[in-house]
Design a protein around this ligand. Structure first.
Ligand code: GLN
Length: 498
């Protein structure tokens, strides 16, 4: 089989059997990027030399019989929000253009230690604010299924790279849906682990109480392999959970839902949802029931307030986090010609360095946190957050996992929602509740929507630290749906190779 079509698990097996070298695998993916990325624009930076050097190192270790982990020699694409020593990190922003971080994020170094080969840095909405990559200062990425559509966001470059066979694996971050939503609209798997289950050290902060790094892959097992390699306690992140990583790889292999209680969230469907998405979601639920799961309906009445609460909490935290871009410490410094004082240079730099959406959020968040409004806005939103956590607790008393569509619609057109922030925000309607509650959730492909032929995602949500349940359910659904559709869903990808 063509190397770029192989899954991470298949590549890993071929590498350890000596059928292929890490150098060959890496070169095949670099060639694929070179041949396709003028159309996809998944990458902001391709680290060809560093990747080949890493691959050579893995091949050398293998030759001497050193024990290697499952990801040794497997390529991975890294969202440009993770710091990477020796490579730029821009977060899709002009304000960090040209910044080379002096250190690796914990997850970057874990990937390197695991022998995963870092191909480069992927495009994203500026500072992870958006659902389409159109907020990237460096231009949007495109959806490999249809080049006129967005790949979702904010981890849209990572999702597009995996869907376009440029990389078998990628990492992203999910603050309101930024892993699951692009995964869903690109027809791949994406997981938001339990908050605190994956380290935020070296992940440029957007909204610190929500930001959660996680894996993207073409299969559930591959996502589990990456999830396991990147996760676990990190003393450098004060919110990191000091507990073992849930057994996600074993769960993906188990792929068994018999006797499992699955709750369909009543509030996450109906009006405003694309009929074709609902059709595929209903079929996926039927498939899970046919595999022996006990399906019931559950109600989470406060989920309807999740989006407004998120758009107070996330901007509030972002307004504080992004204060560090002061023209002195990182990246861009505008107008420092000796005629301006530090405050004027800072103002000019932020004016020139930040895009419109980032400015909108900073203004919104500063307002929500200001004295006199704090209780009415930020305080109220935190109370709503508690109600959402209680809704989850009540639902998880009745069900082991909850399910919903991952997104209300399939991929939308480039430009279609760019001037309508509210329409853009609605893309995360289904994903935001799990971010606010800090629990775990996954999106797994559930077929092509019959109304437009584009991928739809099934979202599975589990209680905090029960990430393994996601993989049990997602792997069972993946196996049954692959059988139903006759082939892995990505085999249908058009637009690129047609
Ligand atoms: N689209 C949402 C936002 O713009 C979520 C982004 C994310 O998860 N990083 O805030």
């Amino acid at each position: 089989m063509e190397l770029v079509r192989m899954t991470a698990a298949e590549l890993s097996a071929a590498l350890s059997a000596g059928e292929v070298s890490a150098a060959e695998v890496t070169r095949a993916h670099l060639d694929r990027i070179a041949a396709t990325d003028d159309r996809i624009h998944a990458f902001l930076h391709v680290a060809a030399d560093a990747a080949l050097a890493q691959a050579a190192e893995v091949d050398g270790k293998r030759a001497t019989g050193e024990p290697l982990g499952p990801l040794a020699g497997v390529p991975v694409a890294v969202k440009d929000v993770f710091t990477t020593a020796g490579m730029p990190t821009t977060c899709g922003s002009r304000i960090l253009d040209g910044w080379h971080p002096p250190y690796d994020a914990t997850i970057t170094s874990r990937l390197k230690q695991a022998g995963a080969v870092i191909l480069g840095k992927t495009n994203m909405d500026e500072f992870a604010m958006g659902s389409s990559t159109e907020n990237s200062a460096f231009g949007p990425s495109r959806n490999p299924w249809d080049l006129s559509k967005v790949p979702g966001g904010s981890s849209g470059g990572s999702a597009a790279a995996v869907a376009a066979y440029q990389a078998p694996l990628a990492i992203g971050t999910d603050t309101g849906g930024s892993i699951r939503q692009p995964a869903a609209v690109c027809g791949i798997v994406g997981t938001k682990p339990t908050y605190g289950g994956s380290s935020r050290y070296g992940v440029v902060a957007f909204a610190s109480s929500l930001d959660t790094p996680g894996p993207l892959a073409r299969t559930v097992l591959d996502a589990a392999l990456l999830h396991e390699a990147m996760s676990g306690h990190d003393p450098m992140d004060s919110t990191s959970i000091d507990a073992p990583v849930p057994p996600v790889v074993a769960a993906a292999r188990q792929a068994d839902v018999s006797g499992m209680r699955i709750g369909v969230v009543a509030e996450l469907s109906g009006e405003g949802y694309q009929p074709g998405v609902l059709t595929r979601f209903a079929e996926a639920v039927d498939v899970l029931a046919s595999l022996g799961a006990k399906v019931t309906e559950v109600s989470c009445p406060h989920f309807r307030y999740a989006l407004p609460a998120y758009y107070l909490i996330a901007p509030s935290e972002c307004s504080s986090n992004l204060a560090r871009f002061d023209a002195m410490r990182y990246g861009l410094r505008a107008g420092d010609d000796g005629t301006r004082d530090a405050e004027q240079v800072m103002a000019l730099t932020r004016e020139q360095g930040f895009g419109a959406e980032v400015k909108r959020r900073i203004i919104l968040g500063t307002y929500a946190l200001s004295s006199g409004y704090y209780d009415a806005y930020y305080g109220k939103a935190q109370q709503v957050r508690t109600l959402i956590i209680r809704d989850f607790e009540a639902a998880f008393a009745q069900a082991d996992v909850l399910v919903s569509p991952a997104t209300p619609t399939t991929a939308f057109g480039i430009g279609e929602r760019a001037d309508d922030p509210m329409a853009m925000y609605l893309a995360d309607l289904c994903t935001i509740p799990s971010d606010l509650a800090g629990n775990a959730a996954i999106s797994v492909p559930c077929g092509l929507a019959p109304d437009d032929g584009l991928p739809a995602g099934l979202q599975v949500m589990a209680p905090a630290l029960a990430d393994d349940r996601l993989y049990r359910v997602a792997a069972a659904a993946e196996a049954a749906l692959t059988e139903r559709w006759g082939q892995p869903l990505l085999g249908h990808a058009r637009g690129l190779d047609a």
